[in-house]
Design a protein around this ligand. Structure first.
Ligand SMILES: Nc1ncnc2c1ncn2[C@@H]1O[C@H](COP(=O)(O)OP(=O)(O)OP(=O)(O)O)[C@@H](O)[C@H]1O
Ligand SMILES: [Mg+2]
Length: 464
């Protein structure tokens, strides 16, 4: 048996190193020892499994190609047996696909051979900060609201992703909380004490982009009066959040890809590259694969930043989160203004839950802020909420829903040709119900319709 269960420091075995090449094992072991870490080593999948069954490690480093199997098997085995132990894989130079497969399976990070000791030390430092006790960091004091199954699942995924270093692409409509989730991943991870640097890729002018990202040297172009560090350098040790990454011009995409691959950047006007240590998170409301198909986004960059995709469901798919979100927002307004938080009337709440929210949580925030400003009492009614017709554009973008609504109706309902009219009608009905404390006969009278017509509408809108 080639297992060497050596104790470098009598009371601490922290890391399991799995590699079939003696010199690599020794090199890694020695570097870890210098960091004050003890390790066990194994030369095959079988030996590694035997050790994992016996002891809990703080980190496992495994080669990909082993005599009796591959590192991916170990990644899976550890995920099953010691899910809180981060695993990093050592891959042959140039086999980035394998590294990406490992990350998708849950590996924490990877290093390529020949192993660069500086990079190894960085990796280990990050991994060991991931002890469960250290990971309970509140992300920037923000409260994330949501208890719908869709939101809970998203949150759990984000928490899991916080524990590795893989690039994550966050996809969601505008205002769904892409930045909030990116901050959560950063705040719960090993880089929480490092900077979180958000960049709106659509807001930087193309001429300045390279200098913004990578920095520049004094005198490298007109206006470069001093040396300036770039966003990559500013995010060093932390996370760079590339928001609206679909907006990056193609020329910049090439440079970004290189920076990610090399983990190094060259400031404009500099001769040499500087190493940078950042985790890349990116986001867009656009479908990047479509941009790739249209030739607007490079496939190789897509492949690199999109190792894991996190989809944020739009608010209309988790309408059950609206009451809690609304309460949170109203409490925040009240705190700012001093005084008790306003309440939403039941009809106002129903109206919100039926609204499409093309602008998602951000739209809900704006809408309630406006309602608080307009509303005179302490209860917000449907009249105080300005569900602007423009906001219903996405109702018309769902032809199925509109067709179903119009198709089954006739006569008095023929006016409902688009989502807007339906929504206006709904608000009118809700208001009448509210005014009559949900006395349907009285409401129908006020609306100038029969009780049967009112019932028909309520039924159709699922409001019975
Ligand atoms: N689950 C949540 N709990 C509380 N607040 C949230 C939640 N999700 C989003 N928000 C709030 O909604 C607003 C929009 O969130 P964020 O900026 O993260 O969205 P985004 O998807 O990045 O939007 P955009 O596409 O406009 O950039 C923010 O004010 C944020 O605090
Ligand atoms: Mg955003």
């Amino acid at each position: 048996m080639t297992v060497t269960e050596r104790r470098n420091r009598p009371d601490s075995i922290d890391v399991l190193v799995v590699d079939d090449e003696d010199d690599i094992r020794e090199l890694i072991e020695l570097s870890l020892m210098r960091m004050g870490l003890g390790c066990d080593t194994a030369g095959s999948v079988q030996e590694a499994r035997a050790l994992i069954e016996r002891r809990r490690y703080r980190l496992c480093l495994t080669d990909m190609r082993l005599p009796d199997g591959d590192g991916l098997e170990l990644v899976e085995f550890i995920q099953a047996r010691q899910p809180s132990t981060p695993v990093a894989v050592i891959t042959a130079f140039g086999s980035i696909e394998t590294a990406i497969r490992a990350l998708k399976l849950g590996a924490f990070d990877f290093v390529t051979k020949p192993v660069e000791l500086k990079r190894l030390r960085e990796l280990v430092t990050h991994a060991l900060k991931l002890e469960p006790s250290a990971a309970v960091v509140a992300p920037g004091g923000r409260t994330l609201i949501g208890s719908s199954p869709a939101f809970l699942q998203l949150r759990a995924q984000a928490e899991k992703l916080a524990r590795n270093q893989a690039p994550v692409f966050i996809h969601g409509e505008s205002g769904t909380g892409k930045e909030v989730i990116a901050r959560l991943i950063h705040g719960l991870g090993a880089r929480a004490n490092g900077p979180f640097v958000p960049v709106n890729c659509g807001a930087i002018s193309p001429e300045l982009m390279e200098s913004e990202f990578f920095g520049h040297r004094k005198g490298s172009f007109t206006g470069a009066a001093t040396d300036k560090e770039g966003l990559f350098q500013a995010a060093s040790g932390g996370t760079l959040f590339l928001d609206e990454i679909g907006e990056l011009p193609l020329a910049m995409q090439v440079k970004l890809l290189r920076a990610i691959q090399e983990r190094a950047v060259r400031p404009v006007g500099a001769h040499a590259e500087e190493p940078v240590d950042v985790r890349i998170l990116s986001a867009s409301h656009q479908d990047l694969s479509r941009l790739v198909a249209d030739g607007k986004f490079r496939q190789d960059l897509f492949f690199r930043i999109n190792v894991i995709t996190l989809r944020i469901p739009p608010l209309r798919e988790r309408a059950e989160d609206i009451p809690a979100l609304a309460e949170h927002i109203l409490a925040r307004v009240a705190e700012r203004e001093g005084g008790p938080p306003r309440r939403l009337s039941p009809a106002a709440m129903v109206a919100l839950q039926r609204h499409d929210f093309p602008g998602n949580v951000r739209e809900l925030e704006n809408l309630l802020e406006r309602a608080c400003a307009l509303c005179e009492g302490d209860e917000i009614g449907p009249d105080d909420i300005d569900l602007q017709p423009a906001c219903f554009s996405s109702a018309t973008a769902r032809p199925d829903a509109t067709a179903a609504e119009t198709g089954s109706t006739a006569g008095a309902d023929a006016v409902e040709h688009d989502g807007h009219d339906t929504e206006v009608e709904r608000m009118r009905v809700l208001k009448a119900l509210e005014d009559t404390r949900w006395n349907r006969s009285a409401a129908a009278r006020n609306l100038g319709m029969t009780l049967r017509q009112l019932r028909y509408r309520l039924q159709k809108w699922g409001m019975e």
